[in-house]
Design a protein around this ligand. Sequence first.
Ligand code: BGC
Length: 515
Amino acid sequence: MAAARSIAAVATALAVVVAALAPAARGVDRSEFPPGFLFGAATSAYQIEGAYLEDGKGLNNWDVFTHTHSGGIKDGRNGDVADDHYHRYMGDVEILQSLGVNAYRFSISWARILPRGRLGGVNPDGIAFYNRLIDALLQKGMQPFVTLHHFDMPHELEVRYVGWLGDGIREEFEHFADVCFGAFGDRVRFWTTFNEPNLFTKFQYMLGTYPPNHCSAPFGSCNSGNSHLEPYAAAHNIIMSHAAAVRAYKEKYQAKQGGSIGIVIAMKWYEPLTNTTEDILAARRAESFELEWFLDPIFFGDYPTQMREILKSNLPTFTSEEKKLLQYKSDFIGLNHYTAIYTKDCIHSPCDLSTYEGNALVFATGERDGVKIGGDTALVGFYVVPEAVEPAIMYVNQRYKDTPVYITENGYSQWSDVSREELINDVERLNYLRGYVTYLSKAIRNGANVGGYFVWTLLDNFEWTFGYSVRFGLYHVDFDTQERTPRMSARWYRSFLTGSAAPTTDGAQERRAES
Ligand code: BGC
């Protein structure tokens, strides 16, 4: 009897250990995903292309910002050359093919297509570049997944409209989208209008760290701006620009081209810091100010009530004309999902509100009782919490009536100033990616409607205000020679996608422990 009890106890203990072993450690198989599922890597134009003044391209907001405001970039550098992808795109397409991905997410440089916006005419060399890229991808069996706006816009438009603040930018964006649908839409099945408008509007107009560098106290001190008003005014124009592009696609192109169109939102998963009602509501509020800010108008025609209650008249209202335009529905939702974080209520207890989440009267923290929510990465606040991908997708599926979701970015950052060996034997990135892909497969088994997953990013690149000091690539890039070297994580991704031999991580871990 006693023996039986102790066997049972051992069995229970074993079961607990097995359950506690992160599913990530047990591995994941491509066959756990539907056959048509998209697996890819993502990049963006300004971060990799370089060739900033070649073949008729106009200057964009980031060209000018990095040249005139280099103090705003950690290493004072810029994207003039970046990965020189403009000249090396063919090699990069071959790298993608060698990984075994069936999709590639990239963005189109607006200033390469329309150097001076709507009034200046189309640059044929810009069109030709993306035609070559798209054709090469298709020829090698990869679907182009195209973003129209990933933080860069022609400088002339930034000056004329103060970026997204002037209403005129709506027509400019609609025109840009129309030109792209017309030029490339016969071969592109997946369009997204904007990358992370919920993030870049805060960086541009609340915290003032991105061009046009607008902010006010308590968020920062800039030459101009109003952090309480401008992010919402800019967002309003972006939502309407998105809707105008969706209308153009649906009315003029979709029937004959057969593609789909969506938008990409940055989505952290917010966990309440404690199980008090206040913190639970704070988590909901943070999500509302982050995700629903854009997706509620796009899917339901108005801003979330939580935002209206707090922001009152600082939040614009939709006219009946605008509401009509919002009836053109997006086909899918892209989520850039990297992390999860705890939320603490700031309505009933005082806290620092000059932060990213401060406008939602929420304070975000990575620690509860001295224990972190997940492992650290180079970037502050980007914790490794792979199990959060499932509730995040389920939340979006439920709220937006089962609209398909794509994970359009997910990735791990390292600081650049460590040895080349450490940069290449990136066991932590491998574990991060394998963890997220494993939990994604679990989400799919539990019914999540998700159609694809893209690693951020293919190549180390210009990481916005971090310059080249932070690296996210599956491929290491030597910025002096432009040599691309596959990391251990790239070899894992390839083995996951193609069934080739997986890299052994033990050696690298041992070497790391010794150093
Ligand atoms: C952006 C990328 C960026 C990445 C890592 C996302 O917010 O879309 O452009 O490089 O995160 O910071």
